[in-house]
Design a binder for this molecule. Structure first.
Ligand SMILES: Nc1ncnc2c1ncn2[C@@H]1O[C@H](COP(=O)(O)OP(=O)(O)OP(=O)(O)O)[C@@H](O)[C@H]1O
Length: 137
């Protein structure tokens, strides 16, 4: 990651290494003195990330209030943001099947005008099927 910031999206099946990358990123940035907010969508996920906090309006308002005249036109005012997750793990909504929900969210977010402006990285499914990590952990 450069010092220029940006918005990124990290995506992959369960067990492919998303949390591992977020933890590594968070530790690397905090060790350099940067402020990193780890915001998650459900209570259980707060224990997975160091300093994890539930997303709520107060947190989001603080992010959206950030103003820098030099980066005014950039998404989120130029704050570096790494979105991520696995849409297959979203809890059921109404009568939608998991694969339908996954499709709806992906189309609405990744394919949106905003989603089209930032790089999206998908972790390979083989990561979770292989035992290549188990020898190292
Ligand atoms: N690059 C890596 N090197 C070593 N171990 C790794 C690496 N990436 C992931 N792992 C290990 O693989 C396992 C699964 O990774 P992780 O929990 O990050 O996956 P995940 O995509 O966040 O899964 P989930 O979506 O189910 O939360 C963990 O035990 C993690 O420590």
């Amino acid at each position: 990651m450069t010092d220029e910031g940006g918005v990124f999206f990290l995506y992959g099946y369960g067990g492919t290494g998303k949390t591992y990358i977020w933890k590594a990123l968070t530790s690397a940035l905090r060790s350099k003195g940067h402020i990193v907010l780890t915001i998650v969508s459900n209570e259980i996920a707060t224990i997975l990330l160091p300093g994890g906090r539930m997303a709520h309006s107060r947190t989001l308002r603080a992010i959206l209030r950030f103003q820098n005249p030099n980066t005014f036109n950039l998404p989120f005012g130029g704050i570096p943001i790494v979105f991520g997750g696995d849409f297959r793990q979203i809890l059921p909504v109404g009568n939608l099947r998991v694969d339908e929900l996954h499709y709806v969210v992906q189309m609405g977010f990744v394919q949106s005008q905003l989603g089209a402006t930032f790089p999206s990285q998908s972790l390979p499914e083989e990561n979770c099927k292989s035992d290549k990590f188990s020898a190292q952990t």
